[in-house]
Design a protein around this ligand. Structure first.
Ligand SMILES: Nc1ncnc2c1ncn2[C@@H]1O[C@H](COP(=O)(O)OP(=O)(O)OP(=O)(O)O)[C@@H](O)[C@H]1O
Ligand SMILES: [Mg+2]
Length: 464
């Protein structure tokens, strides 16, 4: 089917003829004798095109056009005008009609217009799909990810962001826990209210308690004046408790109470405070494991873990690397006023094969380092931090990363190993492909194909 068309003409013979011509041409066609019948059709289904008489009894074509656009702005309209009423047709086009055709006309003339219009419709759909794809990759402003894992996380975040549900974000260092917490707050109805962050790791017990709940004057030595805690400051907004696993067991009881009842007292105080706070926590640790080891309260764990967002390590979502690299490349080129536009194929290999223990933060640092050092519009292996270039023995390359998820993905592991070996050879050969191919004992053309494939893969994702 080429498209769905609605024909409105008060002359029965004309509309029936047009219907059969259009159907022969491959369109799906409905017809009607006036605008009211037309609107009934339009209420029931969506049409790509409406071909309508401009002059009709009851409702004229211009009013009909406005009604069509109200119902479906995507539907295009072609006006049929009688000889001598072209001014009206021009006015209709100003109102948003796509084209007009003067009666009587040969079907071919209409067919050409329709072909062009369908092309235009297709273009619109493609642009929309593209925009949607780009938007979904850059959802939540600062969080980027095209991998299935990240898209699933974005979907989940979409659902829970604008609720008061407590959320636990788990992930290795640098996976984006804080950016995610920010995103959740700024996509909630609390976005105009405070977003208060506290890292529970850096504080000793007393200080942590006072930071969380505040203290009264004289509550402890050095408490010279009354101080509000973070829960108080976060009233009506969101509190983000980072490294929540570091809260001592006895303080966990107090935290549990505030999460359950939204009530607390300042240290050294009698008065109870009620707060309306949304709680988001983050941890690098496996809290469940800590519960089984008696290091974290089970009841608190269940209170915090109402919804869990687990951010996967970067090594498990290689597809995200090119997009992240592109993002950071643009960011640092702009900040540092550099013209760095892409990574050379060899340096792309390094990026795609590195294990990224520091995850996205490490990748961001590497790109910043490379942009700072690079001398032209492309980045070479030499511009990257030394430690990334130090893959000197092939033996080390065979070590399997035991930190990864089990079971191991065999084909992925083999392709990673191949990439690492190629990288090693290229570095040994200082970028000389003939020498690198010799080191790998493969024909140079094979090496070139393999490099082209990696480049193709990364270009498929986006330009690095
Ligand atoms: N998906 C992402 N898209 C874009 N930037 C990201 C993404 N994930 C992380 N980053 C960037 O990586 C850096 C580290 O992110 P963040 O501080 O949120 O990590 P974290 O998980 O809180 O790390 P840590 O556990 O060490 O505190 C930030 O500069 C952040 O902007
Ligand atoms: Mg963090």
């Amino acid at each position: 089917m080429k498209g769905k068309i609605l024909v409105i003409d008060d002359e029965k013979l004309k509309r029936l003829t047009l219907k059969s011509q259009l159907e022969d041409d491959g369109y799906d066609v409905n017809i009607g004798e006036n605008a009211f019948v037309g609107l009934k059709h339009l209420n029931k289904s969506t049409f790509d095109v409406v071909i309508t008489d401009l002059r009709m009894p009851s409702m004229d074509g211009l009013t009909f056009l406005k009604e069509i656009k109200k119902l479906s702005s995507e539907t295009e309209v072609i006006m049929m005008t009688a000889y001598g009423t072209v001014e009206n047709a021009v006015e209709a086009m100003k109102e948003g009609a796509y084209d007009y055709i003067t009666k009587p006309f040969a079907y071919d003339e209409l067919s050409i217009k329709l072909n062009r219009l369908m092309q235009h419709q297709k273009g619109k759909v493609e642009i929309k799909a593209l925009q949607k794809k780009i938007q979904s990759q850059y959802r939540y402003q600062n969080l980027i990810g095209r991998s299935k894992a990240m898209q699933t996380i974005f979907d989940k975040a979409d659902i829970v962001a604008d609720s008061d549900t407590t959320i636990l974000i788990q992930g290795e260092t640098g996976t984006g826990k804080e950016v995610m917490a920010n995103a959740l707050h700024y996509n909630s109805h609390r976005k105009a209210r405070p977003f208060i962050k506290l890292s529970c790791a850096i504080l000793n017990r007393e200080l942590l308690e006072s930071e969380l709940f505040g203290h009264e004057r004289g509550a402890f030595t050095g408490a010279l004046r009354r101080k509000s805690g973070r829960f108080e400051l976060a009233d009506k907004g969101t509190i983000f408790l980072d490294e929540v696993d570091d809260i001592p067991l006895d303080l966990q009881v107090k935290l549990l109470r505030v999460i359950q009842e939204r009530i607390f007292e300042r240290v050294g105080g009698e008065e109870s405070f009620n707060v309306d706070v949304r709680v988001i926590c983050a941890t690098k640790k496996d809290l469940k494991q800590m519960v089984s080891e008696g290091k974290f309260r089970e009841d608190l764990y269940y209170r915090l873990n109402v919804v869990k967002i687990e951010l996967p390590p970067l090594r498990e979502r290689h597809e995200d690397i090119p997009l992240l690299v592109k993002h950071f490349l643009e960011k640092f080129s702009k900040v540092k006023n550099k013209s760095a536009k892409h990574f050379s194929p060899e340096s792309q290999k390094v990026l795609l094969t590195h294990n990224w223990p520091g995850n996205v933060r490490e990748l961001e640092n590497v790109v910043e380092h490379a942009v700072t050092l690079c001398k032209s519009d492309h980045i070479d292996v030499d511009d990257m931090p030394d430690y990334l270039q130090e893959v000197s023995t092939p033996e080390g390359l065979f070590a399997l990363d035991a930190r990864g998820e089990k079971p191991i993905n065999l084909s992925q592991a083999i392709s990673d190993l191949e990439n690492r070996l190629i990288c090693w050879a290229l570095k040994e050969a200082q970028g000389n492909q003939v020498k690198a191919a010799e080191l790998l004992n493969i024909p140079r053309t094979t090496l070139r194909d393999k490099l082209a494939r990696t480049k193709g893969e990364s270009e498929n994702h986006s330009n690095m």
